[in-house]
Design a protein around this ligand. Structure first.
Ligand SMILES: [Zn+2]
Ligand SMILES: [Zn+2]
Length: 388
């Protein structure tokens, strides 16, 4: 974040409708009692109040007078490619440009199938270190952000995309955007290219959209500040090395929909301690290779492999869910019953006959605990806690 003018922004969004947030504390305008106030000198930086403005000034003053807002209103070809705009951006100094693209007819930024050798010349914002913020909210027909479109934009702290039209994010689209701290992707997205966020070293949290079924190869590799990832229930596959070397990641909950974790998906995630790995997921080679913390926990728990340990944990999680479900059902039955506590429990118990086929039985629990009045519930809680 060394070349970043606004290092205090902690929450940035690709999908949010809020584009105006305080340059110092990062709070969105909609959460504030009054409108944001602009810096009188550059007219671009916005703050909650004078305290925030004062707080940011030390960093802001160096760029204040040089800040530029570039507004793109029309683009005849419905496509934004490299050209005059990029040439101008390349001449401006680091982290000084707010780019506001307003052309409602743009459907594509860049090119989805750009050859690696042409990226440097043809990806529309490749290596544009002058970009500080990009606002694409007015691009209501935007469906794709092409290959390496914003690759190496290392001062880019904020990116506002309109949520509902975007379906494709190209390979390397935001690779090396080392100042981006948080990403919320739109629900319309179905396709995310390889290495889309590779080496975004300030990225701390990612919310993957509900529509997404696959996370591409190397998608979030070497995002070394990433601590939290929210996976959608639609996810079926996670590609090769997708989260490798995310050394700050401590826990992940993978959804029941998952069928495949490819080779080395979490390789080198040295802080990873907790993984919910559904039974449905097949594992490629070395998925948890060099996950030091996880290997330690596995050994302590007496398992030979991380996979065996996680499989076992998943079974106990499933059991816990089942027990809690039964407990809720039993509690409801007690609440509906009449009489003394003991009678209530007896009548609730009668609703869970011990000869019921199936896995776990509340009746069986209660027999084990020598139920008596209110103590029965305490005993039941105690019994359940063994599984939690
Ligand atoms: Zn503020
Ligand atoms: Zn200013």
């Amino acid at each position: 974040m060394s070349n970043n003018a606004t290092p205090n922004i902690t929450s940035l969004s690709l999908a949010s409708t809020e584009s105006h947030c305080c340059w110092y504390c990062g709070r969105g305008e909609e959460t504030l009692p009054t409108k944001l106030q602009k810096c009188g000198q550059c007219g671009l930086a916005e703050y909650c109040n004078r305290e925030c403005q004062r707080g940011d000034w030390k960093l802001h003053k160096a760029k204040c007078k040089r800040l530029t807002e570039i507004v793109v209103d029309t683009n005849l070809k419905n496509r934004l490619r490299s050209g005059a705009l990029k040439r101008r951006l390349l001449t401006l100094s680091g982290g000084t440009v707010i780019l506001n693209i307003r052309d409602p007819d743009i459907t594509t930024i860049g090119d989805m199938n750009l050859a690696v050798a042409r990226v440097r010349f043809e990806a529309p914002f490749f290596d544009c270190k002058s970009l500080l913020r990009v606002d694409l909210r007015r691009c209501t027909k935007l469906t794709s952000v092409g290959t390496a479109a914003f690759c190496d934009c290392s001062s880019l702290t904020s990116m506002v995309l309109l949520p509902d039209s975007l379906t494709q994010l190209g390979d390397n689209a935001f690779q090396n955007c080392s100042s981006l701290t948080s990403v919320v992707l739109p629900d319309s997205l179905t396709q995310m290219g390889e290495a889309a966020f590779l080496s975004c070293s300030s990225l701390t949290s990612v919310v993957l959209p509900d529509s997404l079924t696959q996370v591409g190869r190397l998608a979030f590799g070497s995002c070394t500040s990433l601590t939290s990832v929210v996976f959608p229930d639609s996810l079926t596959q996670v590609g090769l090395h997708a989260f490798c070397d995310c050394s700050s990641l401590t826990s992940v909950v993978l959804p029941d929909s998952l069928t495949m974790l490819d080779e080395s998906v979490f390789g080198g995630c040295s802080s990873l301690m907790s993984v919910v790995l559904p039974d449905s997921a097949e594992l490629g080679d070395e998925v948890f290779d060099e996950c030091d913390a996880l290997e330690q926990i596995t050994a302590l728990a007496g398992f030979d492999s991380v996979e065996l340990y996680l499989r076992d944990r998943y079974k106990s999680i499933t059991l816990r869910k089942l027990v809690l479900r039964l407990f809720r059902k039993y509690n409801k039955a007690v609440n509906y019953a009449y009489g003394t506590e003991a009678k209530k429990h007896a009548s609730a118990l009668a609703k869970f006959p011990p000869d019921n086929t199936g896995s776990l039985e509340v009746g069986l629990f209660l027999q084990k605990m020598s139920i008596s009045g209110g103590d029965g519930v305490i005993g039941l809680v105690g019994y359940i806690l063994q599984f939690v």
